[in-house]
Design a protein around this ligand. Structure first.
Ligand code: A3P
Length: 288
């Protein structure tokens, strides 16, 4: 395994931000608060986008916070030790991001009323986005080619593990946690409607102008130009190879998968998702 990764409980994580002792701390000692709001995703599923939407809703549509504070400080990743310290110092209502699979998530979630937004994305597009991320992020191992990324993804040998385990694990929390499932594809199709749905879930009443502002400031165009949201200030991302805000579309997988890869992916998907009742936008025939 590359020295850029560590393995913990069978899953690989970026060594730059991951420590076994911190994972244990997060799981067993981190205290979730009743008014916490969690932004949960498998990497490359729209984490940053949802973070922005939640930040804007949190501030009732006022974009000042998003324009002045880095996203990783607004909704820090609990699994990263330095960022977790920011979370724990925060005495206000907290926005917290995480890519953790459910089995590594803080146990204290089960005794709390914290709200969780789980954003999923067509895994085919997740692979593509991850492929470019691995090329551009210095803390990840650059792949030889797309075939390599796809193989590793299907084996669960990518950061944060197996996509199928991640999503089925979190879907299994439907009746146990205060959780809203939403997809990248829904955000793309109807951002305004999605914002309203999120406001309802979070118990936030925003007027039309505030909702308009959330929609405008969470658009791909605005976020791509916002240095607090586009990771341009991170020394880990080489935008010359591929910017973090890359394409921001659905269905880019069609430009990357061969027919054989697509058929193989479908077969694995069918098998791994056969017990999942929830239907996703990408489950429709013209998978997009
Ligand atoms: P692409 O690489 O397909 O462009 P994450 O934040 O989980 O790492 O996900 C990153 C992906 O979300 C990237 O996808 C990025 O372009 C996309 N993204 C970020 N903000 C977006 C927005 N406002 N609208 C659409 N896509 C967005």
């Amino acid at each position: 395994m590359s020295e850029k990764y560590i393995r913990y409980q069978g899953i690989i994580f970026p060594a730059i931000s991951s420590e076994e002792s911190h994972f244990q701390y997060v799981r067993n000692e981190f205290q979730v608060r009743d008014n916490d709001i969690f932004n949960i995703t498998f990497p490359k599923s729209g984490t940053t986008w949802m973070l922005e939407i939640l930040s804007l809703i949190y501030k009732n549509g006022d974009a000042t916070w998003c324009n002045t504070v880095q996203n990783w400080e607004r909704a820090p990743w609990v699994e990263a030790k330095d960022l977790c310290a920011i979370v724990e110092k925060n005495t206000s209502q907290r926005l917290i991001s995480s890519h953790l699979p459910i089995q590594l998530f803080p146990k204290s979630i089960y005794n709390s009323n914290a709200k969780i937004v789980y954003t999923a994305r067509n895994p085919r597009d997740v692979v593509v986005s991850l492929h470019y991320m691995c090329k551009t992020a210095q803390f990840l191992e650059p792949p030889e080619n797309f075939t390599e990324t796809l193989d590793l993804f299907l084996k669960g040998e990518v950061i944060y593990g197996n996509w199928f385990d991640h999503i089925t694990g979190w879907l299994g929390m439907k009746d146990k946690l205060n959780i809203l499932y939403i997809t990248y594809e829904e955000l793309k199709k109807d951002l305004r409607g999605s914002v309203v749905k999120l406001c309802n879930f979070l118990g936030k009443e925003l007027d039309d102008a505030a909702i308009d502002s959330v929609v405008e400031n969470a658009s791909f165009k605005v976020m791509k130009n916002n240095n607090m949201s586009n990771f341009s200030q991170s020394d880990q991302i080489n935008a010359n190879i591929s910017p973090f805000m890359r394409k921001g579309v659905t269905g880019d997988w069609k430009n990357h998968f061969t027919v054989a890869q697509s058929e193989h992916f479908d077969a694995v998907y069918q098998e791994r998702m056969k017990d999942v009742k929830m239907k996703f936008p990408w489950d429709q025939t013209s998978i997009a």
